[in-house]
Design a protein around this ligand. Structure first.
Ligand code: ATP
Ligand code: MG
Length: 395
């Protein structure tokens, strides 16, 4: 038998709501392992113990558990009977799986206080047995291998190495949001950051296909597929934006166009968000990064949104965002060439200091409600599931 022991992150601190956080972690774990039958899940203090099926490969268990927000770290753990010899045998077995380690330590934690030895005594006894059997030196301060023993009422759980978890709060626990996903570098990072704060994410992408190639749609789909490993189910709404852009181009002066495109994006995204039950929008905007992201422009664009906008990257610089995109694994997709809808009909010198009154005057030319309703009605919804085969299995 084998267990996943997940240790909570901030979840443990939210006293009153704790059970809700734990339930969400459990639900998210089940969803991310939908193609395996996970055994019972038992919360134990600040940990969650999950019985793993034998057919689940260790590599898969580790890869997926590392995507569950709310876990600070986790281990694959093997239960031993509540007696010193059984613990020694299991610790030895674990240590043998790490033949490259040149030093080790045992870290014991005794939650079951009736066990007659305290944690230091367990560490000393088991440590001596392993050191002796494997001729492996103990290093208390900087061991290459840490074997932990958690003594609980039913068994002692022995695991080698703590694997870093995704941290944050379990997806779904703080609500639902709609991320505006461009296919660029920033917006996937922004969506990830807010998912990590517990928001379940829906995605919307505006494209100008068939006026341009479908490359940006494909990129958005690939990015959503990547991000879905953190929440198991996503919807990506694809909005054809070319016709609307043409209408704007036909009736407004060049410098104002980008701000108008963006204001329409905010209106359409707000309508889609409400329909999906999302209460906020998320963008990858970062103050001053490009001409269109001056403070004035951001404020004028924001005024068109019907919901609050979260901008988790607003204070980050490009290099920091790129480093995060690389860690997240979205960078390579984001830099693939595409023709963003905003490059279509974009003036060489866009307005950098938009003025709300002037923008609103320009918009009087448009039947805004109709344009938004048309775009919403024609939007395509794509569902993305992780693991990819679980949707087929469930059907
Ligand atoms: P990104 O790297 O995310 O594309 P950016 O630095 O290119 O950002 P802008 O082009 O000014 O910045 O876009 C700002 C934000 O507006 C994006 O982060 C994204 O949230 C949203 N956005 C821009 N274009 C689109 C689009 N075609 N579809 C959906 N959202 C978009
Ligand atoms: Mg962009």
């Amino acid at each position: 038998m084998r267990f996943l022991i997940g240790r909570y992150h901030e979840v443990a601190l939210k006293r009153g709501n704790r059970w809700r956080f734990v339930e969400q972690v459990k639900q998210n774990l089940r969803a991310l392992f939908a193609d395996y039958r996970l055994g019972p899940m038992r919360p134990r203090g600040s940990r969650l113990m999950v019985e793993l099926p034998d057919e689940l490969p260790e590599r898969v268990a580790i890869e997926r558990a590392a995507c569950v927000f709310g876990l600070q770290n986790f281990s694959l753990s093997y239960p031993a009977a509540l007696e010193l010899d059984a613990m020694k045998r299991e610790a030895l077995e674990r240590a043998r799986q790490w033949p490259a380690a040149r030093s080790f330590r045992i870290s014991a934690r005794r939650d079951y206080k009736q066990f007659p030895m305290n944690s230091m005594e367990i560490e000393r006894e088991v440590g001596a047995a392993v050191a002796d059997a494997l001729k492996l030196p103990v290093d208390l301060h900087n061991p290459e291998l840490e074997i932990s023993i958690e003594v609980l009422p039913d068994a002692a759980y022995v695991s080698a190495g703590k694997i870093p978890g995704a941290g944050g709060l379990p997806v779904g626990v703080t609500g639902r949001a709609m991320a505006l996903l461009s296919g660029g570098i920033d917006s996937p990072v922004a969506a990830y950051r807010m998912m990590k704060r517990g928001l379940r994410m829906n995605f919307v992408h505006f494209h100008a296909h068939p006026l341009v190639s479908p490359a940006s749609r494909e990129k958005a789909h690939e990015l959503v597929t990547h991000l879905t490993r953190y929440q198991a189910h996503s919807t990506l709404t694809l909005v054809a934006f070319g016709a609307l852009q043409r209408e704007i181009v036909a009736r407004t002066h060049r410098p104002l166009r980008v701000v108008l495109y963006r204001r329409f994006m905010m209106r359409i995204a707000s309508a889609l968000a409400r329909r999906a039950g999302a209460s906020v929008l998320v963008t990858g905007e970062s103050l001053g990064q490009v001409a269109s992201q001056t403070l004035e422009n951001m404020m004028v664009i924001e005024r068109a949104a019907k919901l609050p906008i979260l901008r988790p990257l607003v204070g980050m610089d490009k290099n920091e965002i790129i480093a995060e995109a690389r860690r997240l694994g979205t960078f390579e997709t984001s830099i693939l060439p595409d023709e963003d809808c905003c490059t279509l009909f974009t003036p060489a010198h866009p307005e950098t200091h938009a003025n709300l009154a002037e923008v609103e005057r320009a918009e009087m030319e448009f039947d805004i409600e109709r344009m938004v309703a048309d775009a919403v009605r024609a939007a395509e919804i794509v569902r993305v599931t992780f693991p990819p085969q679980s949707a087929a299995k469930a059907a």
